[in-house]
Design a protein around this ligand. Structure first.
Ligand code: ATP
Length: 229
């Protein structure tokens, strides 16, 4: 089976300093893949390179049968990569509904369906995004990505800085999306929440893929050496 997303030999430089030295990563249709590694190991850089928000070199950078290497970030989004970026990044001076509509592309996810999925976004439809709580902003960021009707949802630290009860809500939402067959690439510090939801894990260390496999196969050595557990 061909992978939905396939990355091989991914390299990224920030000026003269190399951040990625050959990342390998694959997401198959319907899989949830966890991208793991301690702080600064290259997870966000990998996501930005995949979304073509950063210049990169790669042997393979393919999504849905298309070579992404010459595409712009806009074109990658149009192909169906829905990014929920670290820090949420909604338009603060637009209302909740305006934020959602701005992202809309045809498909099963409509404004009504997103409001049904996150009722809070319906209740707060006319509120400016800037006035939402952190958890509501995160729901809005996920709702916006869903409005693009993505084939792959990419979540970078979706639960960071949120209260435990809101984090549980976000995890439940992610589990529901996986349940309905959406392919997901996830970065999160909370491995206790992340691993049970993941079909496959990819561990980065200093910009390289050093281990990959199913979550139940992560050896103690990998946990202590690369994940700081
Ligand atoms: P975290 O969990 O802390 O978000 P990460 O695994 O996502 O970490 P990255 O943010 O991708 O890691 O960083 C990878 C490396 O690239 C780090 O050494 C970091 O210092 C460096 N880096 C990231 N962004 C920049 C930048 N804009 N300019 C220069 N170096 C950067």
């Amino acid at each position: 089976m061909n992978a939905l997303l396939q990355i091989d030999g991914l390299q990224v430089f920030y000026g003269g300093s190399q951040a990625l030295f050959g990342v390998e990563l694959e997401v198959r249709e319907g899989q949830a893949v966890a991208l793991l590694g301690r702080n600064g190991m290259g997870k966000t850089t990998t996501i930005h390179a995949l979304c073509r928000m950063l210049p990169s070199r790669a042997q393979t950078l393919r999504f849905a049968g298309r070579d992404l290497r010459s595409l712009s970030s806009y074109q990658v989004a149009r192909l169906g990569v829905g990014l929920v970026p670290e820090g949420r990044r909604c338009f603060p001076n637009l209302t909740v509904t305006e934020n959602l509509i701005a992202a809309a592309r045809p498909g099963a996810w409509t404004l009504e369906r997103v409001q049904e999925f996150f009722p809070r976004l319906g209740e707060r439809e006319n509120q400016y995004a800037a006035t939402l709580s952190g958890g509501e902003q995160q729901m809005l960021a996920i709702g916006r990505a869903l409005m693009t009707n993505p084939r792959l949802l990419v979540l970078d630290e979706a639960t960071e800085g949120l209260a435990p009860v809101i984090r549980s809500e976000i995890w439940a939402a992610i589990a529901a999306l996986k349940q309905e067959g959406l392919s997901i690439l996830l970065v999160d510090k909370s491995l206790a929440d992340l691993l049970p939801l993941s079909d496959h894990c990819v561990v980065l260390e200093r910009g390289r893929t050093v281990w990959q496999g199913p979550p139940e196969g992560i050896e103690e050595e990998v946990k202590t050496q690369y994940l700081g557990l």
